[in-house]
Design a protein around this ligand. Structure first.
Ligand SMILES: C[S@@+](CC[C@H](N)C(=O)[O-])C[C@H]1O[C@@H](n2cnc3c(N)ncnc32)[C@H](O)[C@@H]1O
Length: 252
């Protein structure tokens, strides 16, 4: 955002997400879309490790695909999603194929009391969609038990609009890395912030940074996808996402 641009509110952003069409939700698939299946989930699931019997909060759960994936692996999942559209969609999936996920319709910054603390909080592709995002990160930290793990993913701010510049220039171009600004997207905007904006907020919340991953696409997957998605090889050479893991400090 430029200093003169009006700051959209979190409610504005949620309203935009609420308008997402059903076709887009159906397109997500049970294991997430292409990027989630091949780039984000493998890293996120490795970082989480064995989730059996773990209490996990899926903060900003969207269609709930990740909640269902984790529940299928034995986690006890609470999913928080503020839009009526995606909350209803997730509840529908749960009714059709129960996985024991508890769905809560709420803004992550205004959580109703949830029973107990969580062993892990996943906040995937959410923080970069929230204009006033620091309270959302704080809510994730607050929900964790001491020693619990936070994993968040965002579009990699150095390569977030990867496909279009790659198709045009055969390289990535970025001119304003250190600024914060809105990036229009198909459904609701994303917010560019430098990586340090996120990482420097972890220690004040009692979160110890443990890992940062920049997943790349396996060349064989890119080759298979290339006919339908020209430029997909850019994901082999550059990274489109960043996955960050941190642990909440133990109490003395
Ligand atoms: C890009 S989608 C990601 C959804 C899901 N985590 C996934 O990986 O498919 C962004 C999600 O963040 C949610 N969101 C936006 N603002 C939020 C807020 N203040 N609290 C909780 N979720 C929010 C949106 O409703 C949307 O479901």
């Amino acid at each position: 955002m430029t200093p003169s641009a009006p700051q959209p509110s979190n409610d504005d952003a949620i309203a935009r997400w609420n308008d997402i069409p059903r076709t887009a939700l159906d397109a997500m698939g049970p294991d997430g879309d292409f990027a989630k299946r091949h780039l984000i989930n493998p890293v996120l699931l490795r970082m989480l490790g064995d989730v059996r019997e773990s209490r996990i909060l899926d903060a900003g759960s969207g269609t709930g695909y990740l909640s269902r994936l984790l529940a299928a692996r034995g986690a006890r999942v609470t999913a928080v999603e503020p839009t009526g559209t995606m909350y209803a969609y997730a509840c529908e999936q749960e009714a059709a194929q129960p996985r024991g996920v508890t769905y809560v319709r709420a803004d992550i910054t205004q959580l109703p009391p949830l029973e107990g603390e969580f062993d892990a909080v996943v906040c995937s592709m959410v923080l970069s969609t929230v204009p006033d995002w620091k309270p959302a990160l704080r809510a994730c930290a607050d929900a964790l038990r001491p020693g619990g793990q936070l994993i968040f993913t965002v579009n990699h701010p150095a390569f977030e609009q990867l496909l279009a510049p790659w198709r045009t220039h055969g390289a990535y171009r970025l001119t304003r890395y250190l600024e914060e600004y809105e990036i229009p997207q198909t459904h609701a905007p994303d917010y560019h912030r430098p990586l340090s904006a996120y990482l420097k907020e972890l220690p004040p919340l009692g979160l110890h940074f443990t890992e940062l991953a920049e997943p790349g696409l396996p060349p064989a997957v890119a080759e298979e996808a290339a006919p339908a998605t020209p430029g997909i090889e850019s994901y082999v050479h550059l990274t489109n996402f960043v996955v960050v893991a941190a642990r909440k400090a133990l109490r003395d």
